[in-house]
Design a binder for this molecule. Structure first.
Ligand code: AMP
Ligand code: MG
Length: 521
């Protein structure tokens, strides 16, 4: 492999002067140098061809021992010095102080085709930020991160990417349900790829330490490389920067709501400054449309990170970022103006996104009501979000409301519940919807095409990753490749894969790993 090394973060920002790998509080430093743990017998399970290409690595090189060694942490790339980032964060609404990359180690930044990429191993051992934990990751959570980041990318959702998934050959102890029953699981390492892994929490750390010098250096660095369109300097540049971060995260969250993705741990340390979906942990996909749902068992009680609350949490997190940047600006009004406009911008973008899902290309006054009524109906009885919206595109303008209803009938988990009053409510909605479609100029065929480009046919349903995990525990990795290929074209019809366009099977309803996910990963 001949990668063009270009370390900007670690050459331009202050390093921790302590180079021992001991858990500690780190001051005045954006990162600490640390080497990955040497795995006992690394084995490549899966590699993403498209990410290889981005980085300029050939498929042949990916099959070499060198590749396995480097992306498992066994060997270092020549002329590189791996490091972990320092950051802080608010977890579940509370200030948590210093966190940092507890099990992530950045190998290097590289350049290819005028783009720069940061290569980061996750699960490669202890760092100065590991606190009480082991710095490792298990196979099940690594499969989930590897598959989901690529699935999200192909859905058009801003996200970090995943280059590779390897077994380390080591055992990792985990108490999945936190109920005093720890067990050994296979250890794994994923190599994540993104332009940068800087989070809201990186800024919060220096602000909390009253280290304005490093805060300013980090902000200037981030603007210089990731927001080059910001031409102003000083205070004005930080205000614009905050506006851009708000815009990017707004865009990301509208996508999540469009495809039914629930992150599960939207702490400020898990919020990318570039508006990328980052840190795939106990995430999940809405199967039945239920805004109250959260996959994260740790969040069962308060449901802070439930599907319907995600936009509000982005705003809450932006407030924390605004507080962190305030010392660079020393004026609340411009930050408040940006925060205050978030809600109305979100509502407008959400409405546009939902109109697109419904195939409405013009804007009518009553559209919000139509959308609201739909989301109410979807919650009356378990209704599969993905199947509902995908099948909705088959409706024809000349059809009756009863015919339209039959088009989507398959999306109900219990069709026999959709009778009487509920059936009437649906027929009422379809009457309104058909009337609305008839106001549109687009033909049925054009509308269907446009709707199918925003309503995916295939998403990584929770039980699908679980099946890939269970097979992999038995050394059968074929389902990882099958799902990876399927999810590369989520909007295309793939007749040979129709079985994945189906409601969640009954066995997955209450199963750990399918409907409930633990943070223990
Ligand atoms: P998360 O919310 O899972 O992204 O993680 C919150 C914090 O805990 C971050 O600082 C992680 O690096 C750290 N962390 C999570 N799991 C581990 C682990 N197994 N070992 C060390 N640090 C961890
Ligand atoms: Mg995290």
């Amino acid at each position: 492999m001949n990668l063009k090394i270009n370390n900007r973060f670690s050459t331009e920002l202050p390093a921790d002067t302590n180079e021992t790998n001991v858990t500690r509080q780190v001051k005045n430093a954006c990162f600490s140098y640390v080497n990955p743990r040497i795995p006992s017998s690394p084995k490549l399970i899966h590699v993403t061809d498209e990410v290889l290409e981005l980085l300029g690595i050939t498929k042949k090189e990916a099959q070499s021992a060198e590749f396995t060694n480097i992306f498992s942490g066994k060997e270092l790339l020549p002329n590189t010095r791996p490091y972990s980032m320092s950051y802080a964060g608010h977890q579940f609404g509370n200030w948590a102080g210093q966190l940092g990359d507890g099990r992530a180690i950045i190998l290097t930044e590289i350049e290819n085709n005028q783009q720069t990429y940061t290569l980061q191993l996750k699960g490669s051992g202890l760092t100065p930020y590991s606190r009480g934990a082991d710095g490792l990751a298990v196979l099940r959570s690594s499969i989930r991160e590897h598959l989901c980041s690529e699935a999200m990318f192909h859905l058009g959702v801003p996200t970090t990417r995943s280059l590779s998934l390897l077994l380390t050959g080591d055992q990792v102890l985990r108490d999945v349900m936190y109920d005093g029953h720890p067990a050994y699981e296979k250890g794994a390492v994923v190599c994540r790829v993104a332009p940068s892994f800087i989070r809201f929490g990186n800024f919060e750390l220096f602000s909390s330490q009253n280290d304005l010098k490093t805060l300013k250096s980090l902000a200037d660095f981030t603007i210089k490389y990731y927001f080059p369109e910001i031409k102003s300097i000083g205070k004005e540049s930080y205000i614009q920067f905050f506006q851009e971060v708000a815009n990017k995260n707004l865009e990301m969250i509208v996508h999540w709501q469009r495809v039914g993705f629930v992150h599960g741990v939207m702490n400020t340390d898990n919020m990318s400054i570039l508006g990328l979906t980052i840190d795939y942990g106990p995430y999940g996909w809405l199967e039945d449309y239920n805004p109250e749902w959260t996959p994260n068992t740790t969040d069962r009680e308060n449901r802070r990170y439930r599907f319907g609350n995600q936009p509000e949490i982005v705003l809450w997190n932006l407030y924390q970022l605004a507080n962190a940047l305030y010392p660079l600006i020393e004026e609340a009004a411009p930050l408040e103006a940006i925060l205050n406009s978030f809600q109305s911008k979100y509502e407008a973008d959400y409405a546009t996104m939902m109109r697109n899902k419904l195939g409405l290309f013009t804007k009518e006054e009553n559209d919000n009501q139509l959308i609201h009524l739909l989301t109410e109906n979807l919650q009356q009885t378990e209704t599969d979000m993905t199947i509902f919206f995908r099948k909705l595109s088959q409706i024809k303008k000349v059809e009756s409301e009863e015919e339209a209803f039959l088009r989507i009938a398959d999306s109900f988990y219990k069709i026999n519940e959709v009778t009487g009053q509920l059936k009437e409510t649906w027929l009422y909605w379809f009457t309104q919807y058909l009337n609305r479609l008839r106001q549109e100029e687009a033909t049925d065929a054009d509308r269907k095409k446009a709707m199918n480009a925003v309503n995916p046919k295939y998403v990584l349903r929770n039980y699908m990753s679980q099946l890939a995990i269970e097979a992999s525990e038995k050394e059968d990795f074929s389902l990882i490749e099958e799902l990876h290929l399927l999810l590369k074209n989520p909007y295309e019809e793939q007749p040979e894969s129709e079985k994945w366009f189906a409601k969640r099977p009954d066995w997955a309803r209450e199963k750990i790993g399918s409907s409930m996910l633990s943070c223990s990963s």
